[in-house]
Design a binder for this molecule. Sequence first.
Ligand code: FES
Length: 189
Amino acid sequence: GCRVGGIRAHIASRPIGLEIVAHAGREIDGVCRFDTERADIFVGESHGDVVFFRTQHVLAFVLHVNGKAVAVPPEWAEESLLHVLRERIGLVGAKYGCGAGLCGACTVHVDGQPVRSCQTPVGTVGKGKVTTLEGLNDPLAERLRKAWLEIDVMQCGYCQAGQLMSAHALLKSNARPSAEEIDAAMEGN
Ligand code: FES
């Protein structure tokens, strides 16, 4: 079905640099069509949970990052979520450390769960809501940042973005973790 009415998608790659605002979708011959602010950009297609926009110039799927919808061309689908976040859309909170799923410097949340973005092809995120360090702005995040400064957590600092993401996910699901639970949740970082 056409369930993406009201979506605002910014196509982030610099040569394209378009914004699509789709107000409502309706299904015609199995393809969702969206009314948008641009007459030349208006065909959307739903493929399972992933929505593609077909325009005169690009076909793109929508990635939800920090409350915004970002249109991602399909040729990026095999790229890691980390690469797209850092190199394509300029969100550099998640760090490239080992690139092999070992260090956790690249940790972001997908639907509130910490994931290794270096090991996650962006095309597999689907409708998952991605949150990066830049988008971590709730009271719990504020308390964590304050605690980080007060007890001087940083060493070289490189892994701290991932540490914060893992700590946030832990405390969101378990406000009073035991020492063992903290070790289990944080050992990947
Ligand atoms: Fe080390 Fe992703 S960069 S786990």
